[in-house]
Design a protein around this ligand. Structure first.
Ligand code: SF4
Length: 254
């Protein structure tokens, strides 16, 4: 390729990126999502960003995709996940919501999946339910949000906030398992029926799971009600407080 041709090529790629940024801004986004990448430097001069190919064409992750790799930190795991397209949830997300908090936290909270606010911000539990979770941590437990780790069963937002489907959980759960393996928390709190039932591989209702210690990957797990449920049913906050007190007792903080 000549120098002129290379310059033209670069200019066209820059134009495409600029156009994409404008689309994002119109949609109310302040910047590029972490997952943006260019698929080919040979893009046509008029080419615009293309939607991802159908998920059915892509392989579903097996645990070996991640478990087989010598990953020694959450940052290395996040890099290994990359711009993951292992399940169809990639098609509607803004970005992957990996998790946030102390990489060596004693206590890990696990929810179901990102909602709209989390999808935009790239951080779990930042909407109204997230604010309530933060209050539980800071006011109820007298801990800082940065002291714990917060993640979800699936890392991409299910469209219309539907429950993640079986194939999506199968594709994404290896990431969560690796996260737990790397963090090595003393205690996991599963937030809501979906997270608890998925992690414990049971259909038992949350009303019977909560308040009782279980085990996930050799780690003690306490299921409790989801903060979003508490927003609709504030009277049940007392049940969550019972569960949280059990967690605090186990941690030697009560
Ligand atoms: S939900 Fe998990 S497996 Fe599916 S695309 Fe997102 S990161 Fe990948």
């Amino acid at each position: 390729m000549t120098a002129d041709a290379a310059r033209t090529e670069l200019r066209s790629i820059a134009d495409s990126l600029q156009h994409y940024v404008e689309i994002l801004k119109e949609g109310g986004l302040g910047g590029l999502p972490r997952t943006l990448h260019m698929s080919s430097p040979q893009a046509h001069p008029q080419a615009r960003p293309q939607p991802p190919s159908p998920a059915e064409d892509r392989p579903i992750a097996s645990p070996a995709d991640i478990d087989g790799q010598a990953l020694d930190s959450l940052a290395a795991l996040r890099d290994a996940i990359g711009d993951c397209r292992r399940c169809k949830l990639c098609e509607h997300r803004t970005q992957i919501v990996f998790g946030v908090g102390d990489p060596h936290a004693e206590l890990v909270f696990i929810g179901e999946g990102p909602g709209a606010d989390e999808d935009l911000r790239g951080e779990p539990f930042v909407g109204r339910a997230g604010q309530l979770l933060t209050e539980i941590i800071t006011k109820g437990m007298k801990m800082r949000r940065e002291e714990v780790y917060i993640a979800n069963v699936v890392k991409c937002r299910p469209p219309h906030n539907r429950n993640p489907e079986t194939d999506e959980i199968a594709a994404c759960e290896p990431f969560l398992r690796k996260q737990i393996e790397l963090i090595q928390p003393r205690i996991i709190v599963a937030l809501g029926a979906f997270a608890a039932q998925t992690l414990l591989q049971t259909k038992t209702p949350i009303s019977r799971l909560r308040g009782v210690w279980h085990t996930y990957q050799d780690t003690k797990l306490m299921p409790t009600l989801h903060p979003a449920y508490l927003l609709r049913n504030p009277r049940d906050k007392r049940l969550v407080w019972q569960d949280i007190k059990a967690v605090l007792r186990e941690m030697g903080r009560l």
